[in-house]
Ligand binder design. Structure first.
Ligand code: PLP
Length: 418
């Protein structure tokens, strides 16, 4: 099931009004829904002595949404310098932030260490000698190679550019320890948009096993394991949601039996993006044209700049047409205005018959939606709104303007004479 009935009930009766007030297109996010998912995640892992979600900032890097995460007690997973800046401006500090860069630069290291630092998650053994100063707490991203498969989206770990190999992982901690690290964590990320929760249980089991063997071999204890993000959401109307309660129950059992056998219990960290906000956002766009050639095309006022997933991955985003449920249907392509034939939100989709002026609700855009938008063809990214839990709608990012697009053309002249 895409967008929940509760979100529809909160949004649809007011949508004409919101569209008239703010203009279209816009992404709108549902505070009540985000908070409900946050609570559900906390409840699922409440049996583990220490659990924390580190929201994957790249999914929806808007300060107002990050503030909600912080209010729920969550940390942040960052993988670039501006993401670090964003979370620190939000007031996150030190171990509230996990920095999971890959192909890490010296600029990344400098920024990671600045302003009270963060949990540094190193992507390769060679980086140990490149960290300007080894922090007390260090984490490595583990790539199990042939020992585990990735899911379909992430592919085979052996072909993935991420992480420290199985052969190098013990040496990585040994080296980090000899350079002064005293506290340790272990991270991996092997799935993306995975709906089968067993996959995440297997990941937790694999990391706990590794923590046990590495701990004995190197005489260290691990403060946490981080099973990454990758929890899926049902984009298709007939897909079942991931069973977070069962996932929580089985992972909690693994932790409690680890504690019984080892005498201590690491914390569990998770860094979900999509699962936390994906279903709690929609892109609202207006039909502005209709074109009948070999197919019927409904042209809307948003394009790929607002949502790349259908064009890039052929991803399905469910569409409702406001006020047209249960009426006459037709098969159409829903398209934007970009000069790219993959600028389509839906291809040969059966939808209610759409008239110019109708509002279309493209669902599940709360993660990797606006954030993935681009400016190709000088298309501007749309505004973002927040539907507050108290029944207000606030602008939380304005629409881009041509002035924003031209901003990088204002610079100090630089010419190198050869
Ligand atoms: C993208 C990413 C995430 C979040 O992934 P979701 O599929 O949105 O949960 C978490 N951790 C890392 C390291 C990532 O790159």
């Amino acid at each position: 099931m895409p967008m929940s009935q509760a979100f529809k009930d909160r949004l649809f009766p007011h949508l004409e009004n919101i569209a008239a007030h703010y203009g279209t297109p816009f992404h709108i996010y549902d505070e009540a829904g985000i908070r409900a998912t946050g609570q559900q995640v906390k409840d699922a892992f409440a049996g583990i002595p220490v659990f924390r979600e580190y929201y994957a900032v790249k999914a929806l890097p808007n300060p107002s949404v990050l503030a909600l995460m912080q209010d729920m007690g969550f940390g942040f997973d960052c993988s670039s310098v501006p993401e670090l800046m964003l979370t620190r401006q939000q007031g996150a500090k030190g171990e509230d932030i996990m920095f999971t860069s890959n192909n890490t630069s010296q600029t990344d290291f400098a920024m990671a260490a600045a302003d009270g630092g963060c949990i540094l998650n190193l992507d390769d053994i060679s980086l140990i000698d490149k960290v300007p100063s080894m922090p007390e707490l260090i984490c490595f991203r583990y790539n199990p190679g042939n020992r585990r498969t990735g899911n379909d989206i992430i592919g085979k770990p052996i072909e993935a550019k991420y992480g420290v190999s199985h052969e190098q992982i013990a040496e990585a901690y040994r080296k980090a320890k000899s350079r002064g690290a005293k506290r340790f964590g272990l991270h991996t990320m092997l799935a993306s948009n995975e709906l089968n929760y067993s996959y995440m249980v297997q990941t937790a089991a694999m990391l706990l096993e590794l923590v046990e063997t590495l701990g004995k071999e190197l005489d260290i204890t691990f403060e946490f394991i981080n099973i990454g993000g990758g929890l899926g959401i049902p984009y298709q109307p007939d897909a079942d949601p991931l069973n977070i309660e069962a996932m929580g129950k089985e992972i909690t059992e693994l932790f409690l039996s680890f504690k019984e056998q080892q005498g201590y219990c690491p914390a569990l960290y998770m860094e979900s993006g999509r699962y936390m906000t994906g279903p709690h956002g929609v892109l609202v766009t207006k039909a502005i044209n209709r074109k009948e050639i070999y197919r019927t095309y409904v042209g809307v006022d948003a394009c790929m700049s607002a949502l790349m997933r259908p064009g890039v991955y052929g991803a399905y985003h469910h569409i409702d047409v406001l006020g047209k449920e249960g009426g006459e249907t037709e098969v159409v392509d829903v398209v934007g205005s970009l000069c790219e034939n993959n600028d389509k939100f839906a291809v040969e989709r059966t939808l209610p018959k759409i008239d110019e002026g109708d509002l279309l609700i493209l669902q599940d855009t709360g993660a990797h939606g606006h954030a993935m938008g681009f400016n190709y063809n000088a298309k501007m990214r749309p505004q973002e709104l927040l539907l507050g839990a108290e029944g207000t709608v606030s602008l939380i990012r304005r629409e881009e303007t041509p002035e924003d697009y031209f901003a990088t053309l204002t610079f100090e002249e630089k010419v190198l004479s050869l």
